[in-house]
Design a protein around this ligand. Structure first.
Ligand SMILES: [Fe+2]
Length: 386
C-alpha cells in the first residue's frame, strides 16, 4: 500500500516508483494456467437502442468508417485500423456493453484463455466461427469482476484508410486507444489484471492508501484499460485517438455548428494522468466516448509507475478545471454472456467525487495550500456554485 517514503516526488508534483504501489486486501486467486498473450484492446461491442441515431453520431459526426452493416448491427473502424472493426453497434433493448474485446498474439492463446478463466470458475464460451462478423475463433468470458470479455486472433483484414486524405475530416479518429471500466474495488481489479499480464502505468491514491483509479497496459502506451473506482461492473468510456490536439478542437467546433454541444460532457483539456489532450462525449444512449491524443511511450520493462494524490486538482485536468459530477457518477451497464445486465455492486471505499468536490472535499494546486482562493472554490465544492 502507499508509502510515500518509497516513492520519488517529481518536480511536476506527482510521485514515481518502480512497481505498482497497490496491494489488494481481497485478491482473486492467481490461476496456475498461463494467461493468454494479449496484444491490445481491439474493439467494443456496444448495444444501442436506436441504430439510426447511433449511426448518425458515430459515422456522420465522428467520421468512423463503416466496414459492414445490416439491420441489426454496424461494424465501424478508425482510420489506421486494418482489422475488421473497432466498434460494433448492435441494436438491443437496453443500452449496455456486450464485450470488451482483446486481440491475442496467436491462435494458441485462445486455449490459454479457456484454461485460465475455467480455472477461476468463470462462464467461458468458445465459438470457432466468431461471435460477430469479421472475427474468427473467439472466446467470451465473464471475468471474476463481472465484466464480459472477448479474446480473438483471427480476423478479416480490411484497407487502412491512412492514405485516403480525400476522405479524412478535421476531427479524424485514427485508432482505438483504450477502454475504461468502473469497479468497486480497484486494488482487487488491478491484481486480477496483473495476473492477466497487464502492467500499471499510473494510479490515483490518497495518503491513507485508498486507491481511486489505476491505468494498465499491454501495448506500449499509457493504457489498454483503466479501472475507475465506483459502483460496478460498469463501462466508463471507450476511447479513440486523434493525431493532434487540433483534431479534438475541430470535433468541438463541429458539434457546436450542428447545435449538438450537449453531446460534450467534459473538456477539451489536458489530463494530468497520461498527459493526453482529451474530450468526453456522450452518444445518443449516454454511452461515454473519449477522444484523446498524445500520451507517452511505456514499453520499457522499467517504465516508472506514476502515483497522483487524489487531492491534486491537476491530476484529472492539468489546467485545474473541475470534473463535472456526471463524469464520476454515470456509466453504462455491462451484460453477461446471455445478454442480461450484470448486477451493480456499490463501492464502499471513499468516492473520488466526495473527497474532492463533495461538500467536505478539498483540492489543492500547491500541496502546502490546503484551501483554494475563495473565487476558485465555487468550481470545486458542491453548493458553492451560483
Ligand atoms: Fe480514458
Amino acid at each position: 500500500m502507499t508509502n510515500r517514503q518509497d516513492m520519488t516526488l517529481t518536480s511536476s508534483g506527482f510521485y514515481v516508483s518502480q512497481e505498482a504501489p497497490i496491494e489488494a486486501r481481497n485478491p482473486t486467486p492467481t490461476p496456475a494456467s498461463t494467461p493468454p498473450d494479449v496484444l491490445r484492446c481491439a474493439y467494443m461491442e456496444l448495444v444501442v437502442t436506436d441504430l439510426a441515431a447511433s449511426r448518425q453520431f458515430y459515422v456522420d459526426v465522428l467520421g468512423l468508417y463503416v466496414t459492414e452493416e445490416d439491420d441489426e448491427a454496424i461494424y465501424l473502424r478508425s482510420t489506421e485500423e486494418f482489422i475488421h472493426h473497432n466498434l460494433v453497434l448492435r441494436k438491443g433493448p437496453i443500452a449496455a456493453v456486450a464485450a470488451f474485446s482483446y486481440r491475442v498474439r496467436a491462435a494458441e492463446d485462445l486455449d490459454r484463455a479457456v484454461a485460465f478463466y475455467t480455472e477461476l470458475g468463470c462462464d467461458v464460451r468458445r465459438n470457432p466461427d466468431g461471435f460477430v462478423k469479421g472475427i474468427g475463433d473467439s472466446v467470451r468470458v465473464v471475468d471474476p469482476l463481472g465484466f464480459p470479455y472477448e479474446f480473438f486472433h483471427q480476423t478479416d483484414h480490411v484497407e487502412r484508410m491512412s492514405w485516403r486524405y480525400d476522405l479524412h475530416i478535421p476531427g479524424e479518429l485514427v485508432r482505438l486507444d483504450h477502454f475504461n471500466q468502473v469497479t468497486p474495488d480497484v486494488p482487487r481489479a488491478v491484481k486480477f489484471m496483473q495476473d492477466l499480464g497487464f502492467r500499471v502505468t499510473e494510479d490515483i491514491q490518497d495518503e491513507e492508501g485508498t486507491v481511486y483509479a489505476a491505468w494498465m497496459r499491454r501495448k506500449p502506451t499509457v493504457h489498454d484499460t483503466a479501472m475507475t473506482g465506483g459502483d460496478g461492473p460498469r463501462m466508463h468510456h471507450v476511447c479513440f485517438a486523434t493525431h493532434e490536439k487540433h483534431n479534438i478542437l475541430a470535433i468541438c467546433d463541429k458539434l457546436g455548428a450542428l447545435r449538438r454541444s450537449d453531446a460534450i460532457e467534459r473538456g477539451p483539456g489536458r489530463h494530468g494522468v497520461s498527459n493526453a489532450f482529451y474530450l468526453y462525449l456522450r452518444d445518443p444512449d449516454g454511452h461515454r466516448v473519449e477522444v484523446y491524443t498524445q500520451d507517452y511511450y511505456t514499453g520499457d520493462p522499467d517504465n516508472p509507475v506514476i502515483t497522483w494524490d487524489v487531492h491534486d486538482n491537476q491530476r484529472r485536468d492539468w489546467w485545474g478545471n473541475p470534473v463535472v459530477p456526471s463524469w464520476y457518477t454515470d456509466a453504462s451497464l455491462v451484460l453477461d454472456l446471455d445478454g442480461n445486465p450484470q448486477p451493480v455492486v456499490a463501492r464502499t471505499d471513499d468516492s473520488e467525487m466526495a473527497v474532492t468536490i463533495g461538500a467536505d472535499g478539498f483540492s489543492y494546486t500547491r500541496p502546502e495550500d490546503e484551501t483554494m482562493p475563495e473565487w476558485k472554490q465555487g468550481e470545486y465544492k458542491l453548493g458553492h456554485q451560483l
